[in-house]
Design a protein around this ligand. Structure first.
Ligand code: PBG
Length: 332
């Protein structure tokens, strides 16, 4: 064979038309793979716009069903509910009340949309504690034993209200095992657990803490959330949560941690994997878009596709509704 023939072997011929490009596309982005976070305020006066997250609102309980219907109409796969409670105390006792803000929101969403989108609830105490930490605090920081017990109770209250999936976000050791036991004992075996396995102590949660009113009054979360310097440890965290009974695991934030998404995907090919494009990622994209420095559709779609390409099955994103509208209008 003449060697010059090899130099003619290009790959760009299959990029020439949209049809050819879609035939060789390796990664898909579909609304059913997206999860939209929704903040729900127990008191009407806490509802409204969130200054640090333009375009994202805290909903009134009365409006959450309608909001879920709009999300359902876009074909989005899931919603992730966060509660903004009517009161805070040292223990965070608002979190596990059967008539708390999240169980009420779950019931309303279920009534409005049936079983699509899937209802996922965030299980953490930080919105409910007056100190803003993710668990019950003791003389040596977080009291792991107490906190894990409260997480389990909170998950049971959400599951009883009808949540499909509960997602513990506190990164406290042993949470998943305790939660699974508590759910099973309450005859809630059907409720799945999505573990925030690799949740980093990230600077990119700032805008969310405004939205959920959960900035710690003192200290930070570095003693229990992961060190941004570590990736191998994330694989170990995911494995531990899977052993404890997690049905799916998560990496958070997403965009700066694509190597971690890929590492978990490669180490655990069979485990459903979520990645959370967090509030700071939203804020960065949104502000550049608003200034006209980035094209909204192009930049957002690329960011979501990249998270999928790294190995995530599902992407939690504040852009879910917007992206779903574009995806309905044409391929990504
Ligand atoms: C804790 C929680 C946080 C986020 C989701 N769940 C904040 C934190 O750990 O401080 C952040 C989400 C985001 O930034 O979009 N309940």
């Amino acid at each position: 064979m003449n060697p010059s023939q090899h130099t003619d072997a290009g790959t760009s011929r299959l990029r020439r038309t949209p049809a050819l490009r879609s035939l060789v596309r390796e990664t898909t982005l579909h609304p059913s793979q997206l999860i939209e976070p929704i903040f729900v305020a127990h008191r009407d006066e806490d509802a409204g716009d969130i200054p640090s997250m333009p375009g994202v609102r805290r909903e009134r309980l009365a409006d959450v069903g309608e909001r879920a219907r709009a999300i359902a109409d876009l074909g989005i796969g899931g919603i992730l509910l966060f509660g903004v409670p009517d009161r805070k105390d040292a223990e965070g006792s608002g979190a596990w009340q059967d008539d708390g803000v999240v169980p009420q929101a779950v019931a309303r969403v279920r009534e409005a949309v049936g079983d699509r989108p899937a209802i996922i609830t965030d299980v953490c105490l930080c919105q409910y504690t007056d100190h803003g930490h993710c668990g019950v605090t003791g003389p040596h920081g977080l009291d792991i034993h107490e906190s894990v017990a409260r997480y389990a109770e909170t998950a049971v209250s959400h599951a009883r209200a009808g949540a499909d999936v509960v997602a513990p976000s506190g990164m406290i050791d042993g949470t998943v095992a305790h939660m699974r036991d508590a759910l099973n004992q309450a005859r809630l075996e059907r409720t799945a657990i999505l573990a925030y396995s690799a949740k980093y102590a990230s600077a990119f949660y700032g805008p969310f803490r405004d939205a959920a009113c959960s900035t710690p009054a003192f200290g930070d979360r570095r003693a229990h959330q992961m060190d941004p310097a570590n990736a191998r440890e994330a694989v170990r965290e995911a494995l531990q949560d899977i052993r404890e009974g997690a049905d799916a695991v998560m990496v958070k934030p997403a965009g700066m941690y694509l190597d971690v998404v890929r590492a978990i995907r490669d180490a655990q090919p069979g485990v459903p994997l979520a990645a959370y494009q967090v509030s700071g990622e939203y804020a960065m994209l949104h502000s550049a878009i608003r200034h006209g420095w980035l094209d909204e559709r192009g930049a957002v779609t690329e960011s979501l596709l990249s998270i999928r390409r790294a190995g995530a099955d599902m992407v939690i994103t504040y852009f879910a509704s917007r992206a779903a509208r574009w995806l309905a209008g044409g391929s990504a």
